[in-house]
Ligand binder design. Sequence first.
Ligand code: PLP
Length: 407
Amino acid sequence: MIKINENFLKLQSSYLFAEIKNRTTAFQKAYPDRELIKLGIGDVTRPLPPACIQAFHRAVDDMSDTKTFRGYGPEQGYKFLREKIAEIDFRARGADVSPDEIFISDGAKCDNGNIQEIFSRDIKVAIPDPVYPVYVDTNVMAGRTGSYHDGRYERIVYLEGNRENGFIPSLPAEKVDLIYLCFPNNPSGAAISKSKLKEWVDFARENKAVILYDAAYESFIRNDELPKSIFEIEGAREVAIEFRSFSKTAGFTGIRCAFTVVPKSCVAYTGGGEKQPLHALWYRRQSTKFNGVSYPVQRAAEAAYSEEGKAQTKALIDYYLKNAALIRRDMTALGFDCIGGENSPYIWIDGKSDSWEFFDRLLEKAGVVCTPGAGFGKCGEGYIRISAFNNYENVEKAMARIREALQ
Ligand code: PLP
């Protein structure tokens, strides 16, 4: 009799998005003439930068000629892309990262989900609450947790975000081995300072732990005092792995390109206490289970680093940040406490009521769809997330309706 991995049965069904869909469908059925504006999604809406499109076309043409055709690419990704990333994303900001520490992939979601395979099953994992649900669910699948009670899995150490700490969690009181951090955060939009991030790096060094740093939204950071990479922090190279993505930076959610940085000096330990470089393990994992991102996609990603590509991607992010500023300004004027929206596409709003109650109020009174915070963890209860990924005209219209409904 074939048996299943019963850890999958512990997973909570994806209640959040299914329930949002149910409620919006019911609303549309009841009021077919009312137009809905969706400010709930975490997907981009603007087209790719022209520099990326042109490079993409040229690379497709390369595939039509024997002289320029490419088959399987190098295991970690093409050097032309890894060199640009190392230079522009890291070294230009004083972060010591070399091209051979970069692994190109088809998504930060897969990398965040797959990375836990290189760690033992019996480690203690610390995960922020609220946060992107992939970190929790992949550890549940791997059997690192007990069962689910009252919004929490047994054996996970939850790093709580709340109004008092501005959704920048404090260090855990107990020893942990693997720490997930996500800044700017999804869903709270909170961005961490260098001094706070240094506390985490020091904690990891003292505890022989590893930090998994998800910087998928780094391109939204406009305050130059804030770190875009954990490798801007002294001592991080021994204890951190960083995840980045072109999804939000350059509108690649449908194209798929991301990368993970595993410094050669980052280590974990064998059962006997011997140091083991994680770069070698991740290289082995990726070269066994993954066959790379297509050549045209890597050329398109490379184009984001050209002079025109940089200007165009900056303009793209500026567009969403303008939406975010409008949402934040209006919600604050209506008397709501807001986090995020300044160095992030997400505005996290204290609804002063149950998350779903506030969701229903915005839906029914304003015809605007947001995301209830409770879907991102127990600490998200009472909050909603509004996303800046939309056209400016729609955001203006949505905010006018919200102002009218809630004033
Ligand atoms: N990390 C965070 C925090 C995200 O919010 C998302 C997408 O919403 C991802 C990673 C996924 O990125 P990718 O499109 O590269 O898989």
